[in-house]
Design a protein around this ligand. Structure first.
Ligand code: GCV
Length: 845
């Protein structure tokens, strides 16, 4: 944010802005990539822990050492206490066997489940003793972090006697990092692992990340993108990967890698990669042996095949089971596993075929293979049948595999959910999916119990979170880190509630002040429904640009192409008919009880109605509203809710870290503006298409809005924005490159009543360039700012449409009377024409 922009937005003088900007810069540097700035700050503890600060390991393992180091650091920071004399007792860390040996006669649990721990506060020979005992050293490390969480969240220690173990064995994050350092669908800087085609020299961030992951029970990290993974099996790269494994090992996070199924050909130079070819089998065995020589604890491999251009067994008429098993057999002697992704579909579907349906693909392909996968294969299934949508039903495949290990794939990086620029706490969405009952075999089969292996008695299963962290503070936005935290906590225990996790995270990260905790948690819990309310409706799936950024609105982008993310809207209605009777038959993939519910319009839950059925705009919902009226209402409601997030945050001023306060305040202000743009795009698009007026008269009418294309223009020329719905009225103005003028102006005459007003300027902040704007009245400049944020797209559209609101010099609005002129002046950059959509004048009170 520029200094002038800071001054303008905060109503402060230039020098203060300069100092604040300097503080931001210094702060960003100081805080960059420090896991201590996430939930491991150890600053929010209530300061009255009774955990003895004299801490020792009973064994000599690396993980016990990490645990002791962490406890010393955390307890000392939270209690302010220094390691003291042994009269105050001690805290010990070890395995259950080590505890038994060290404290003979002490009653200890007979057994702890794999990676489980026991926390106990007792008295030993008259002195306080806190025991952190693991089933093994890994369990002890998890126990240490759990103890610290208890201190940080103010838990009662008087009767501490707790046993915990993870609900499922596979608890991994997947990174989509490329060898060149670019993180696919990462919104937070370059890779912490790779740069310039090789592993980075400095892997301290990999270690720091592993510490963060371990603190919430995550035990695996797949470091490279599932696309184009072949180069990662080159000998030089394997050496580098071994260094990453070394960097994460002290925290018990095992390395995993994505592999390209065509590697025998691409890397090995074989003529084929047919998984049933003996040479191919031999190649994989040798390659896997080579890897394990250098990375003896490799957790396993992940495969994306026959999907979105990635090669796969279909090239040879082989099945995913054939491909998975050749890898599984090579990995089995080393204890490694294969995560074979069920995200396999044809992205060249025929839009004109009303039976074609991408949602069917995973079940159609994998269900017939049930029972054919090797015991160390886990089929990794995205939570919905399409692709990490803000709203989509649970994938029916979870209920379609009874003799196969299963894992759910969630997405921590907010690819379709605001890309960390919007606050969206994902735990409520994940909980909805994890708690969903698929009723397989006409009994209760919750998704969480299926992936735990309980429902179908499977030995393996788990949760994978696509994280895509980067060097710009992990997930970039501080509050987005609640999602990484929540993922780990839910993988450890999917029965935790989203509220409980939010409260834990807030207490550890922001403050233990009850008002702060209540406010932040309320905001977090409201954020996902809010995002859904201003970006989509009734299960349409995404309305964003699906072939590009996945960020701003682009309603047509999903239609009339082979990708199958269709919503099939027209003048009469919208939605995909996925019924068995008249549609694609997708609803029949669910177990009978659910299939029946989804088959009928009357019983389909309304938040998924348009996913399963094509409905007329005039269809009346349970509320009595028509579908189109719902579209109008929910988008206006969503923008109000987005603004409310900012209002809630404002109440925290002075109660939390000022830097965090300002950072999130600016983010929420941006989000509220972007929500308005989303609302207007969707409302004007479907208003035009359906031709049905809004009963409240809002669609197509914007009180106080003055379009740039209607202004008196100098240097600016009117442009068509693509897609049209991303600009108010479909048009904007941009500086004319052929004009000799250095700046361009748009001027309006104010004709409303006299008073004080906030003036919002909707402009386009293009990627990779910095245009400048000023707003003035009657020839006098009031405020100026730089369009220097980082948004997708080099052309003006909804990706980069941004709102700047001027509240006047004293924050009480700008004085206007009839006849006054308002002027926006844009100074283009070489590749940013300072494009402008409109200004909007709203009464200040
Ligand atoms: C890694 C979506 C994303 C792709 C991603 C793919 C996947 O389609 O947009 O970037 O590819 O999912 O999960 O494989």
């Amino acid at each position: 944010m520029s200094k002038k922009q800071l001054a303008a937005r905060w109503g402060i003088d230039f020098m203060t802005a300069f100092l604040l900007a300097a503080a931001f810069a210094a702060g960003t540097m100081a805080h960059a990539q420090t896991e201590d700035q996430a939930w491991l700050r150890y600053a929010g503890g209530p300061g009255r822990s009774t955990v003895p600060v004299s801490i020792r390991a009973l064994g000599s393992s690396e993980m016990e050492h990490s645990a002791v180091q962490e406890l010393q650091r955390g307890i000392a920071a939270m209690t302010g206490a220094q390691p003291a004399n042994s009269g105050q007792g001690e805290t010990v860390v070890g395995t259950l066997d080590e505890v038994r040996a060290a404290f003979p006669g002490l009653q200890v649990p007979a057994h702890l489940a794999a990676h489980g721990f026991w926390l106990k506060r007792t008295v030993w020979h008259g002195r306080p003793l806190v025991i952190v005992a693991g089933s093994n050293e890994h369990g002890a490390l998890f126990g240490a972090f759990d103890l610290l969480r208890r201190v940080a969240t103010g838990a009662d220690f008087s009767h501490l006697d707790a046993i915990e173990s993870p609900a499922m064995p596979i608890r991994w994050v997947d990174e989509w990092d490329n060898a060149d350092g670019v993180v696919t669908r990462g919104y937070d800087g370059r890779s912490i692992f790779f740069e310039g085609g090789k592993v980075r020299d400095d892997l301290s961030e990999a270690t720091a990340y592993a510490r963060l992951l371990a603190s919430v029970g995550i035990n695996g990290c797949n470091v490279n993108n599932v696309n184009d993974a072949a180069p990662f099996l080159e000998p030089g790269m394997i050496k580098g990967l071994a260094r990453i494994a070394d960097a994460m090992r002290p925290w018990g996070v095992r390395l995993a890698i994505s592999v390209d199924i065509a590697s025998p050909q691409k890397v090995g130079g074989l003529k084929t990669f047919d998984p049933l070819d003996p040479d191919v089998k031999a190649w994989w065995t040798a390659k896997v042996n080579e890897i394990y020589q250098q990375i003896p604890d490799l957790a396993g491999v992940t495969v994306k095949a026959d999907s979105e251009g990635q090669p796969g067994p279909a090239s040879y008429g082989r099945s995913p089971a054939d491909a998975a098993n050749v890898l599984a057999n090579a990995l089995a002697p080393h204890g490694g596993v294969v995560l074979y992704r069920a995200f396999v579909y044809n992205n060249h579907l025929d839009y004109s075929d009303m039976k074609a349906d991408r949602a069917r693909a995973a079940y159609d392909i994998f269900h017939p293979l049930d029972g054919q996968f090797a015991p160390n294969v886990i089929v990794q299934i995205k939570y919905g049948p399409i692709d990490f949508q803000a709203e989509e039903p649970v994938s029916p495949l979870f209920a379609g595999l009874h003799k196969t290990n299963e894992a759910v794939e969630l997405q921590i990086t907010q690819e379709y959910l605001g890309q960390q620029r919007h606050l969206v706490y994902l735990a409520p969405l994940w909980k909805e999916k994890l708690d969903f009952d698929l009723h397989a075999e006409s009994r209760s089969t919750l998704v969480k119990e299926i992936i735990e292996g309980k429902s179908f008695n499977r030995p393996l299963g788990g949760m994978i979170g696509v994280s895509c962290v980067g060097r710009d503070n992990w997930l970039g936005a501080p509050l987005a880190m609640a999602n990484l935290y929540a993922f780990g906590r839910l993988a450890w225990n999917p029965n935790l509630s989203a509220e409980q996790i939010a409260a834990e995270w807030t207490k550890q990260t922001i403050s233990t002040d009850p008002q702060v905790v209540a406010t932040v948690d309320k905001m977090l819990m409201q954020s996902w429904p809010t995002y859904v309310h201003y970006t989509g409706f009734l299960g349409t799936q995404t309305l964003t640009d699906i072939t590009g950024s996945h960020y701003g609105p682009n309603i047509e982008a999903s239609e009339r192409n082979g990708w199958g993310q269709w919503h099939r809207d027209d003048a009469k209605g919208i939605g995909m008919d996925r019924s068995v009777a008249t549609g694609t038959g997708y609803s029949g993939q669910y177990p009978p009880a659910l299939a029946k519910i989804y088959e009928s319009i009357a019983t389909t839950p309304e938040d998924e109605l348009l996913f399963f059925h094509h409905m007329p705009w005039t269809y009346k919902l349970h509320s009595g509203k028509t579908v189109i009226q719902y579209v109008y209402d929910i988008h206006y409601q969503g923008t109000e809710e987005a603004a409310q997030l900012g209002n809630e945050w404002a109440t925290l001023k002075g109660k939390i870290d000022p830097q965090l306060f300002e950072d999130e305040r600016a983010r929420l202000e941006y989000q509220a503006g972007h929500a308005i743009m989303w609302r207007d795009a969707i409302v004007q698009y479907f208003f035009k298409e359906s031709g049905i007026p809004d009963t409240l008269g809002r669609a197509g009418h914007y009180p106080g809005r003055l379009e740039a294309e209607d202004a008196h223009l100098s240097g600016y020329k009117v442009i068509d924005v693509a897609p049209w719905e991303d600009a108010s009225g479909g048009k904007a103005v941009a500086c004319d490159p052929s004009s000799a003028q250095k700046t361009c102006t748009a001027e309006w005459t104010y004709n409303g009543h006299a008073g004080r007003f906030n003036v919002a300027v909707q402009y386009f902040d293009l990627q990779g360039a910095v245009a400048h704007f000023t707003l003035g009245t009657n020839g006098t400049e009031i405020v100026s700012w730089a369009a220097n944020d980082k948004f997708p797209s080099h052309a003006p559209n909804g990706d980069n449409s941004t709102r700047f609101t001027a509240h006047g010099p004293d924050g009480r609005g700008i004085e206007l009377k009839p006849g006054d002129t308002l002027r926006v002046e844009g100074a283009p950059d070489a590749s940013d024409p300072a494009a402008l959509d409109y200004i909007e004048i709203d009464p200040a009170e």
